[in-house]
Write a protein that binds this ligand. Structure first.
Ligand code: IMO
Ligand code: MG
Length: 422
């Protein structure tokens, strides 16, 4: 019955969701993306090859697992076919890919508008991935978007023309060059033909699977604090990245929900603008960045680094109802002599554990820290919690006692095997 398992980012993204998704998808019958687009960057290593997925569910690499792109996703076919090409190149198949007829298609004018809007924001820019995500969701909610079903129909070119013309007015108005309809029609007309065999009613597909007692793994993209409603608005992405997005982005019913795993790192990272109370501006921050290779998969940007913020993580647990955490990069953090973790915020002289997403609050709070001993040594061989040095165990137990959520998976290294499962 409770056959839908979900993996969600617990902080600001890039928590290493790919690693845990890869682990859990080995016994999943379906791997499903339900929100976001190619702003996501999930890297996994399989048979010595490193894959960076932006749109394809990572489960595509597991034979016997059907990979589904749900209706809540915005799809840039150019990126999709680049990814398909890289999967095929490495000897994997893609005949296990199913794309929702209700997903929206992301076009070059969305990408261009994303850049134009960012430049117009000047000092208040969001720091988007410039993948066109915001404008694509705007079209969806404004009801002028092109869904996959229309993309593969006879009316596609006519609708595309209308949308290119409309976007060109906005682009010119923002001082950007207009786009050429014919060029887009030629390139994307080809994609429309190529995408057709993958398209189906994925909602019915998933319902039938649930009736047959199949296991479904939903792969979250982005993270709780980037959620359009619950994140630190306006420094968020344009979709529902929290638990509700699983249902609106696939059409599955909540009664089938099983495990909800929140993925976090032993420290924090964030890309893009916006508040980050535990951010480190000193040498410790740059040390963690180098040790953890904290550079974006999608944008290559150096990530902002900070201590783990349990106040924020607790808020994300409240919204998503995690049944467990997956904690990554404990090995990385354990290389420091001393570790801090934020266990409260001081605001206008008062200390609390409340998280609010208002900018005035987040920009002003001062983190209250608890200090832990580091120097865990090499923990990459640990496969049981008890194998970890006591100082590492204490750190993990602090996360559990603060949030009331058990840490069920611990990443102790980059490769597939370097994980403790409890
Ligand atoms: P994964 O799935 C980290 C951030 C951007 C920016 C904000 C809005 O790899 O964890 P957008 O392009 O979505 O309009 O940008 O959201 N952002 C991410 N940060 N990881 C991601 O995905 C992200 N996807 C979007 O940096 O601050
Ligand atoms: Mg990312």
């Amino acid at each position: 019955m409770n056959n839908i398992n979900v993996v969600l980012g617990a902080f600001y993204g890039d928590e290493g969701k790919g690693k845990i998704i890869d682990y859990l998808s080995t016994d999943a019958d379906y791997a499903v993306r339900f929100a976001g687009g190619d702003n996501a960057g999930h890297s996994i290593e399989v048979d010595g090859v490193r894959y960076a997925f932006h749109l394809l569910p990572s489960g595509i690499l597991n034979e016997g697992c059907k990979a589904v792109i749900g209706n809540g996703v915005v799809i840039n076919p150019r990126i999709l076919f680049q990814e398909i090409a890289s999967v095929l190149e490495h000897g994997h198949k893609v005949d296990n890919l199913y794309i929702s007829d209700k997903a929206h298609v992301l076009f070059p004018y969305h990408v261009e508008l994303d850049a134009a809007l960012e430049s117009q924001r000047g000092g208040h820019k969001i720091g988007t991935t410039k993948r066109g995500i915001g404008p694509a969701y705007c079209d969806k909610y404004e009801r002028s978007g092109i869904r996959v079903s229309e993309f593969i129909s006879d009316s596609f070119l006519e609708r595309l023309k209308e949308n290119v013309e409309k976007s060109n007015i906005s682009l010119k108005d923002k001082g950007f060059e207009p786009l050429n309809y014919e060029e887009i029609a030629k390139e994307y007309g080809e994609y429309a033909k190529r995408i057709k065999p993958f398209v189906c009613d994925t909602t019915t597909l998933l319902h039938n699977a649930l009736k047959e007692n199949k296991k479904i793994l939903c792969e979250g993209a982005q993270a709780a604090l980037l959620d359009i409603d619950f994140g630190s608005y306006p420094y968020v992405t344009s979709s529902t990245t929290t638990i509700g997005g699983v249902f609106t982005g696939t059409g599955m019913a909540p009664k089938y929900l099983g495990e909800v795993i929140g993925v976090l790192k032993a420290y924090s990272s964030k890309v893009g603008e916006g508040p980050f109370p535990t951010e480190l501006f000193d040498e410790i921050g740059s040390t963690i960045r180098e040790l953890g290779h904290e550079y974006g998969v999608t944008t290559k940007r150096p990530r902002r680094i900070g201590w783990l913020d349990l106040v924020a993580i607790n808020y994300s647990a409240m919204i998503n109802g995690y049944t467990g955490f997956a904690l990554n990069h404990l090995d990385t953090l354990g290389k420091l002599d001393e570790i801090k973790v934020c266990v409260g915020y001081e605001y206008k002289g008062e200390v609390s554990t409340d998280f609010h997403t208002e900018m005035d609050y987040l920009n002003e709070v001062k983190p209250i820290y608890k200090t832990f001993k580091g120097n865990f040594g090499d923990i990459s061989h640990c496969r049981k919690f008890e194998d970890l040095p006591l100082d590492a165990q204490k750190y993990v137990e602090e996360i559990e006692s603060f949030t009331g959520v058990k840490v069920k998976f611990i990443g102790v290294g980059a490769s597939r095997e370097e994980i403790i499962v409890r």
